[in-house]
Design a protein around this ligand. Structure first.
Ligand code: THU
Length: 159
């Protein structure tokens, strides 16, 4: 038997420890929560991605009365970025969320499994690490590679 330990590095930063680029993405992701369409969960998630040429694309969760037809902020944003700028790498993705009280979550917001899968492939597509920033009022989690968020993942190499 062999046990495999998998560790990931997460850096916790207060808002004033963020770099200027990180601060910009956090602000864009926070602002994007105000354009969410979340009439069912009242949980408004915003995302911002930085492309390799400096372009920033934002998006948010889009819900639907047929619940599974809706889409998370991360995938809405990544798919929009890749559909508009298919040749530009996604360097960084930031997410922020407000709960039904209207306040930003204190804990850094955590992407769902399906979004992690898409984030992982987005990193593969760019052939270099894609940074992820998870915003919370108690601090920001910085993960240097999106693939760290989905260890032992399925990818195109299995096909
Ligand atoms: N949601 C996101 O957009 N991203 C996340 O990281 C977590 C969850 C959305 C999906 C749904 O519209 C609402 O938040 C509640 O689950």
């Amino acid at each position: 038997m062999e046990e495999i330990d998998i560790k990931i590095k997460v850096t916790k930063k207060s808002d004033n420890e963020l770099t200027e680029d990180e601060k910009t993405l956090v602000e864009k992701a926070k602002n994007a929560t105000f354009r969410s369409y979340a009439p069912y969960s009242h949980f408004c998630v915003g995302a911002a991605v930085l492309l390799e040429d400096g372009t920033i694309v934002t998006g948010n969760n889009q819900e639907n009365s047929a619940y599974p037809s809706g889409l998370c902020a991360e995938r809405t944003t990544i798919f929009y970025a890749n559909s508009q700028y298919p040749n530009l790498k996604v360097k960084c993705l930031c997410i922020a969320a407000r709960d039904s009280s209207g306040k930003f979550t204190s804990r850094p917001i955590s992407p769902c499994g399906a979004c992690r899968q898409v984030m992982s492939e987005t990193e593969d597509r760019g052939k270099e690490p894609m940074k992820v920033i998870l915003y919370g009022t108690e601090g920001n989690y910085i993960i240097n590679s999106a693939k760290d968020l989905l260890p032992v993942s399925f990818d195109a190499s299995f096909l």
